[in-house]
Design a protein around this ligand. Structure first.
Ligand code: ASP
Length: 586
């Protein structure tokens, strides 16, 4: 129907007869002439109807916002003084000659004006309208371009796009599975994939050598702010490549993507061992845009009377650390109270601090409720270790290591943001040398997943599992994990050993992924890969605050869809067919 997109019209089209199709963005009656701003996915064009053409004029007059129209007309210069330099089509307008109303529209639940502040609930309930807004159109278009660039890169590098099944067997991969009842197999369930992990490994056993898939994954987790129950991964697996090869290939992919899409050169990504990241930044995904670091001071506090510090200082599972914030002495009591509340989210019981006013006067130049407990010598020794200068504030954390690292690690970023301390716009890095296992209340669990290869022998692993490192790597950008992966175990015995250490019995292993253990015995090549979170990547690249903004039809934080109202009840007949009887919660 259309000859041009509205948003594509420019000076060079002047004099052309054209046909536009789109939505009425706005109708203005300027005393005798009707202006319609017509919108399509490429932008807006101004169409003018004058009363000479009675029929089309009357139709234009009857148009309301969001009517769908087809317009024939001629492109012409805007009259002197009415050029709009803010609009890409602002130099021209269309003289409307024929107008067909293709469909009418009710008054939309909110204006599509980008300056309107509309509640997210309303937007999500009417997402099809929300997606008409230029900024949402732009995000979806950006996302499409990113996936296209990634496909091209992987295709150029010999990767094959292979689909893996959605209806699977439940596997222990960390999060809770979404289950689908089987009608044909009474009492049995499929699980939706948390990731295509095992299938991509099997594809390597099959000899495909380089696989990728832009794959939907499903995890039934209690949702935190930035999670979706279904999300998209760029899933990659290769054979006969070690971690160096895989990291180089994928780093290059992301670097190229940023150059192409944003004209940003991320440079070479530095590498940091996991232990160093935890030590210096309290996080396995450090945000290196902020220069501040955590400095451990347990050794200086070991002898003091004050239990709050001395306790953790003498406990090997605890940590006592300090965070020096340059310029932080300006923080008010209220600011500090807010930060205290903030760290309590991570389990910290308080937030001790020292302000540095006149360091040349020793402890007399410091201001803090805790100096009297630390004693002058210890206080000054801490100041010296931190290189404290006038105008600084020092925050302290003393508790179980996990709590301290998480709390002060998060505080570091929060204060950095609040005080505008970012030193660059983009800070990528690889975090490497992760431990194989971590200790939880339920025993040892795999830090990455149970198919990750250790960097030691099976015997060493067995002898000292908590000391063992894995061949896993995470790509981190601005404090977000963009992607993670590992070299996998391709040796059946090693795989059996890891499962044994994880406390998974032979029967359970056989039951849950006997197929993988079998496959490893039929000529599995050395292989490894990684997966990027596509939604998160787009979010970062577009500078968007919420992951929901870059997904066309996202779920809410309570894992439901405002528009379709999924999940919903099903009929008794459907349940009967599935042999499912609901137990009503009392
Ligand atoms: N399957 C892993 C994940 O979803 C990524 C990988 O190891 O390739 O996190």
């Amino acid at each position: 129907m259309r000859s041009h997109y509205c948003g594509d019209l420019r000076k060079e089209h002047i004099g052309e007869d054209i046909t536009l199709c789109g939505w009425v963005h706005r109708r203005r009656d300027h005393g005798g002439v009707i202006f319609l701003d017509v919108r399509d996915r490429e932008g807006l064009a101004q169409v003018v109807f004058d009363p000479d053409r009675e029929e089309s004029f009357a139709l234009a007059d009857s148009c309301r916002n969001e009517f769908v129209v087809e317009i024939k007309g001629t492109v012409r210069n805007r009259p002197e003084g009415t050029v709009n330099p803010e609009m890409p089509t602002g130099e021209i307008e269309v003289l409307g000659k024929e107008l067909v109303i293709l469909n009418k529209a009710e008054t939309p639940p909110f204006q599509l004006d980008e300056h309107q502040n509309v509640g997210e609930e309303v937007r999500l309930r009417h997402r099809y309208i929300d997606l008409r807004r230029p900024e949402m159109q732009e995000k979806m278009r950006f996302r499409s371009k990113v996936t296209n660039a990634i496909r091209n890169y992987l295709d150029d590098n010999g990767f094959l796009d292979i689909e893996t099944p959605i209806l699977n067997r439940a596997t222990p991969e960390g999060a809770r599975d979404y289950l689908v009842p089987s009608r044909v197999h009474e009492g049995q369930f499929f699980a939706l994939p948390q990731s295509p992990q095992l299938f991509k490994q099997l594809l390597m056993v099959s000899g495909f050598d380089r696989y990728y898939q832009i794959a939907k994954c499903f995890r039934d987790e209690d949702l935190r702010a930035d999670r979706q129950p279904e999300f998209t991964q760029i899933d990659i697996e290769t054979s006969f490549m070690d971690e160096e090869g895989i990291m180089a290939l994928t780093e290059n992919m992301i670097r190229k993507l940023f150059l192409e899409m944003k004209d940003v050169d991320l440079g070479d990504f530095p590498r940091m061992p996991y232990s160093e990241a935890m030590q210096r930044y309290g996080s396995d995904k450090p945000d290196l845009r902020y220069p501040m670091e955590l400095v451990d001071v347990a050794d200086l506090m070991a002898e003091i009377e004050f239990k709050v510090f001395a306790g953790p200082a003498n406990d090997p599972k605890s940590r006592v650390t300090a965070l020096k914030v340059p310029g932080g002495a300006q923080l008010t009591r209220k600011n500090i109270d807010d930060y205290t509340k903030f760290v309590s989210i991570y389990g910290a019981k308080g937030l001790a601090w020292i302000k540095v006013n006149e360091i040349e006067n020793g402890v007399n130049g410091l201001q803090s409720p805790i100096i009297k407990f630390l004693g002058d010598d210890v206080t000054m020794a801490i100041m010296e270790r931190l290189g404290a200068e006038n105008g600084d504030i020092v925050f302290f954390g003393a508790d179980k290591a996990k709590i301290v690292s998480e709390a002060l690690g998060a505080l570091r970023i929060k204060v950095g943001e609040d005080l505008n301390m970012a030193q660059c716009e983009w800070a990528p890095l690889w975090v490497v040398d992760f431990p194989m296992f971590e200790e939880t209340d339920a025993g040892l669990t795999a830090l990455h997943h149970p198919f990750t290869a250790p960097s030691c022998t099976a015997d060493e692993l067995k002898a000292n599992p908590l000391e063992a490192l894995s061949r896993a790597y995470d790509m981190v950008l601005n404090g977000c994990e963009l992607g993670g992966g590992s070299v996998r175990i391709h040796d059946q015995e090693m795989q059996a050993k890891v499962l044994e250490i994880l406390g998974i019995s032979d029967e359970e292993a056989e039951d849950k992924f006997g197929f993988l253990l079998n496959a490893l015995q039929f000529g599995a090549p050395p292989h490894g890969g990684l997966a990027f979170g596509l939604d998160r990547l787009i979010m970062l690249m577009t500078g968007t605050e919420s992951i929901r903004e870059v997904i066309a039809f996202p779920k809410t934080q309570s894992a439901s869809c405002m528009m379709t109202e999924a999940p919903g009840e099903v009929s008794a007949a459907q349940l009967r067919e599935l042999n499912i009887k609901l137990r009503k919660t009392p």
